[in-house]
Design a protein around this ligand. Structure first.
Ligand SMILES: [Zn+2]
Length: 383
């Protein structure tokens, strides 16, 4: 049985232990120790990582009551080994998890709702509650939670006897009666939990509830604590300053500056469309029908504009009216219309010469074609 050092002291970063066993396991090595400070994945918190001697600890799992360290390289059974946690990751996990206890405890005390799901990942925490809490109420909870952090309250853990346990009102996801580890945050929360936490709430630094959404009868919140909350603040501040510089606006006013620019963009787009339609109509009205066929190439033209031109010119041309958009390299999209030429047949006859996709009726075909503009123009011009 491995001694769980993280139970007696959550701030142990390095330790020495004896290797009880080391077995190959799916490309990694499953190592069991006499004692460990590595917390195995559990209670929504991910496993610690770090090193055992020269071996990298990739994952830690509790399997049938045994703590298994999955290492990148093997260790010798019987050897003494020095373990070192990735302390930055572990401390962040403890900041986050302890903040979650405060928020869940406050919500439980005020509304009676239970925490029904908890996930602690690299990108923050997701916590589900059994009842709905409005964003305004969550704002009050967030402020109260930060107040408890500033008061630097004690966080302690203990294992009550089954008799003692019956006298406690505590939050728990499981109905265990033996070996229940209770985590107490002075005056705020009492909860059954196996994970390591900080010793005083002040170590959390900051908690920020940044998103909430209704889920069935409850609410899902996303939050950040400690260094992760500061990192998020810095990222958002950097982005806000960039936008502020781009819009030549104070940070406090960037959303109204962005709204103004979007409104200007919409108005310009509306005016631009007016000019485009005028140009298209001019093209249609001035198209000379002398040559019998109308064939035009564009670099880029939307489908609706291609159709507008075809419908406008086709009745005036004896042979075909054809519009192409694209390039020799990327290929062309086309719409071709005719009252006198059997277009489907004509299109089929050039499928060997060009790569052609699409089809249609004898009066109108559309699709895409790959070939040089000159070749296409000469071919369709001969229809
Ligand atoms: Zn916990």
């Amino acid at each position: 049985m491995t001694e769980k050092l993280y139970y007696s002291d959550s701030h142990i970063r390095e330790f020495d232990a004896e290797v009880l066993s080391c077995e190959p396991s799916g490309g990694r090595f499953a190592v069991e120790l006499t004692r460990t400070a590595f917390f195995p994945e559990g209670g929504g918190q991910c496993a610690d990582t770090g090193t055992l001697g020269d071996a990298e600890v990739l994952d830690v799992q509790e399997v049938g009551g045994r703590i298994i360290h999955y290492c990148a390289s093997p260790l010798s059974a019987g050897a003494c080994v020095h373990g070192a946690l990735d302390w930055g990751k572990r401390f962040q996990n403890m900041q986050s998890h302890s903040a979650e206890h405060i928020v869940s405890g406050l919500i439980h005390n005020r509304f009676g709702f239970e925490n029904t799901g908890f996930h602690l990942g690299a990108d923050g925490m997701i916590v589900d509650f059994s009842g709905f809490v409005t964003p305004e109420e969550l704002g009050e909870i967030e402020l109260a939670a930060n107040g408890i952090i500033w008061q630097n309250r004690k966080i302690s853990t203990f294992f009550p006897s089954p008799d003692e346990l019956r006298r406690y009102a505590y939050r728990s996801k499981l109905s265990l009666t033996e070996n229940v580890r209770l985590v107490e945050i002075e005056g705020v929360d009492l909860c059954a939990c196996c994970a390591p936490h900080v010793n005083e709430t002040g170590e959390i630094g900051l908690v920020r509830i940044y998103e909430s959404q209704r889920r069935k009868d409850g609410v899902r919140i996303r939050m950040l604590a400690g260094k992760a909350a500061l990192a998020d603040y810095l990222t958002k501040e950097r982005e806000a300053l960039r936008i502020s510089n781009l819009l030549s606006s104070r940070v406090e006013d960037i959303s109204s500056a962005a709204e103004r620019i979007l409104a200007e963009r919409d108005s310009l787009a509306y005016r631009l469309r007016g000019f485009e339609l005028k140009a298209l109509d001019e093209l249609i009205s001035t198209a000379s029908a002398e040559r019998g066929s109308f064939i035009r190439f564009f670099d880029s033209l939307p489908q609706e504009d291609m159709l507008r031109i075809i419908k406008g010119v086709a009745p005036r041309f004896e042979r075909v009216a054809a519009v192409f958009t694209g390039s020799d390299e990327a290929g062309y999209k086309f719409i071709i219309a005719s009252e006198s030429v059997a277009l489907r047949e004509k299109l089929d006859s050039v499928r060997r010469k060009f790569t052609v996709k699409g089809g249609g009726s004898d009066k109108m075909v559309q699709g895409s074609i790959i070939g040089s503009r000159e070749d296409i123009e000469n071919t369709v011009g001969g229809w």
